[in-house]
Write a protein that binds this ligand. Structure first.
Ligand code: ZN
Length: 271
């Protein structure tokens, strides 16, 4: 027997926008039952990160939806593609379901509740959460002081990191946009798992405010990446040349996001 679940999608940590529309009708399951239908092996999708996860992709003439299955016997992850689905959708689907896959493989970083005495990384540095005397949240090199009752801590911290994120992301976007000589439109912050940032054809930028928890060069790289899309709306060679021009050392922070990005989602801000 296998277990099938249908629920809103836990999305992955890929930087780029994924097409979720086709995944909307899909199911995914964790179980041990082997599907006896004839399936054609199409190759693997590798989920980067620590550790990397190999997803075997098979095409089935009889499958009506994309589905994911995790074997209880050996932890093997198999993605089944129906006849109609293009191969690249397997990759998008696997990335969107990365959290779900890692949860069922037991690899999800442990959730961190935010309370006094606990620790939160802000701009890549661990800060102990302590009580504040006044009414404002105060950040130091090693602590973040939060006023109010114990129940208010996570909410106040969230408000604080979002304001700081906006400040840093606006400054970085302004800097790169000036260097490029192209203005951007709106700057929006969200709490997205599917991507760290995006740039629309109208020139509006969107970022995950959780980037403020990462080392500053990571936030900077994502801003350079999205601002570069104001000129190059693709990921071809010209695009990466432009990113390198704006942010010469971008490869390290890019790798950091792939390896550690999902850790930014372990903090629970109480909602
Ligand atoms: Zn991009």
């Amino acid at each position: 027997m296998s277990r099938r679940v249908s629920k809103p999608f836990p999305l992955s940590d890929g930087l780029e926008q994924k097409d979720v529309a086709n995944a909307a009708n899909s199911t995914y399951s964790a179980g041990s039952a082997e599907n006896k239908q004839a399936k054609e092996y199409m190759g693997d999708v590798i989920l980067k990160g620590d550790p990397a996860v190999t997803v075997r992709v098979k095409r089935s003439a009889r499958a009506r939806r994309m589905s994911l299955r995790i074997s209880r016997l050996n932890g093997g992850v198999t993605l089944t593609l129906p006849k109609w689905a293009p191969e690249r959708e397997a990759r998008d689907f696997a990335l969107q379901k990365e959290d779900w896959i890692r949860t069922h493989l037991g690899q999800q970083p442990e959730a961190v509740a935010l309370q006094r005495g606990g620790v939160i990384a802000i701009e890549g540095k661990d800060r102990q959460i302590i009580a504040a005397e006044g009414r404002r949240v105060i950040l130091s090199e090693t602590t973040v002081a939060v006023p109010g009752t114990a129940e208010q801590v996570s909410g106040k911290l969230k408000g604080f990191v979002k304001v700081l994120a906006r400040e840093r992301l606006a400054a970085a976007s302004d800097r790169y946009s000036a260097a490029l000589g192209r203005p951007y439109g709106r700057l929006t912050l969200r709490d997205t798992r599917s991507r760290w940032g995006s740039c629309t054809s109208e020139g509006n930028l969107m970022y995950s405010w959780r980037l403020i928890l990462a080392p500053p060069e990571v936030l900077d790289y994502v801003a350079a990446h999205e601002v570069a899309h104001l000129q190059e709306m693709h990921h071809g060679a010209e695009f990466w040349d432009l990113v390198a021009k704006l942010s010469p050392d971008y490869k390290r922070p890019r790798q950091w996001l792939r390896d550690h990005g999902h850790h930014l989602h372990r903090y629970r801000f109480g909602d």
